[in-house]
Design a protein around this ligand. Structure first.
Ligand SMILES: [Zn+2]
Length: 341
């Protein structure tokens, strides 16, 4: 949870600037649309925004994080803050009618009333129109934040009544640094930040034992390719249980691709692009064993296979086949398709 706007600035500088400026000048809009990709912490920013408005002892534009209001926002118990996130694909009209009723109740405390709608693209025409009525004449102290990954699917009449703030995909180096701060190994953190730009997902993966096993398996596979008397076939069989999960399969495939890309980068003298940073020695060894065309060819094999993973194929068979192609090439310099340089 964000404690202050400097925290937000680290990942969403533009959004933080606009909101803190408005708060400092007392020019906050009554309606915002927070738009941007998954994992950009739009909800977290909306909660901080609500906390800032409700705080009884703000310091400049930051909430104090200590007053009764701040604490109740943190515990999700402030009566004036509503987070609308019903289950299902549609936010029905009744949900919005109920909200309007709640907002007008005397049981609320004096001061701002804020509601946050999660995945606001789930409005259907009748709930959108009900909402629109409140947007046309918002109470003096009613504020709304509509959160969406895709604001084009909101009614244009809603869009035109709100101020849109665009959340940018989180810079990968920020994700990497964030994971390293959590004591994640640097290379592993780097790889995860390549795999996802969604901060909560990145953190989840970094803490997941299975993701780490996959990462170790991939480094082992490539290290074994430098040795004539070591095959990874057995390790691949042993990893079978990991592959019962689709996300794991996807991660495994992507990590193989990253590693192969690293070998290609090395061949092209683009060392700076190497993702498996602590594997440079192995990458250099492998790069010397094959031609640039082979490096490209193996990468294409992998990309091909990653497309086929969407279908119901025999994974063990497919991965074994890929491994054989790699072993032939890296261990025995036998080209599988073209022998051109
Ligand atoms: Zn406070």
């Amino acid at each position: 949870m964000f404690k202050n706007w400097d925290d937000v600035r680290k990942t969403q500088d533009g959004v933080a600037r606009i909101l803190t400026n408005s708060i400092a000048r007392n020019r906050v809009s009554h309606s915002y649309i927070f738009e941007g990709p998954k994992g950009t912490r739009k909800k977290g920013v909306a909660i901080l925004f609500a906390k800032t408005l409700l705080c009884t002892n703000p310091q400049d534009y930051n909430p104090c994080n200590a007053c009764h209001n701040c604490l109740r926002v943190e515990n999700n118990t402030h009566p004036n803050l509503f987070v609308i996130d019903p289950p299902g694909k549609v936010i029905k009209k009744e949900v919005i009618s109920n909200l309007i009723l709640e907002l007008s109740k005397a049981s609320l405390e004096p001061g701002p009333r804020i509601y946050i709608v999660i995945d606001a693209d789930r409005f259907n025409p009748s709930s959108a129109n009900t909402l629109l009525k409140t947007m046309e004449e918002p109470g003096q102290e009613v504020y709304q934040v509509l959160i969406t990954e895709n604001y084009n699917s909101l009614l244009s009449t809603i869009i035109s009544r709100a101020e849109i703030l665009h959340f940018l995909p989180i810079n990968r180096s920020i994700i990497k640094d964030y994971l390293v701060e959590l004591n994640v190994n640097e290379t592993f953190a780097n790889i995860i930040s390549q795999y996802t730009s969604d901060l909560p997902t990145a953190e989840k993966l970094a803490k997941n034992k299975e993701t780490e096993e996959i990462y170790l398996l991939v480094t082992e596979i490539f290290q074994n390719l430098t040795l004539k008397d070591q095959s990874s076939i057995i390790s691949l069989y042993q990893a079978d249980k990991l592959f019962t999960d689709n996300e794991n399969v996807d991660i495994f495939m992507n990590l193989l691709i990253y590693y192969q890309k690293d070998i290609l980068s090395y061949k092209l003298n683009n060392d700076n692009f190497i993702m498996f940073i602590d594997q440079k020695e192995t990458i250099a060894k492998l790069a010397k064993k094959i031609t640039k065309n082979q490096a490209q060819e193996y990468l294409e094999e992998m990309l091909d296979l990653s497309m086929k993973l969407k279908y119901n194929i025999n994974l063990q068979l497919a991965f074994n086949k890929l491994l054989m192609i790699l072993e032939r090439g890296y261990k025995y310099a036998t080209h599988s398709r073209s022998d051109t340089v």
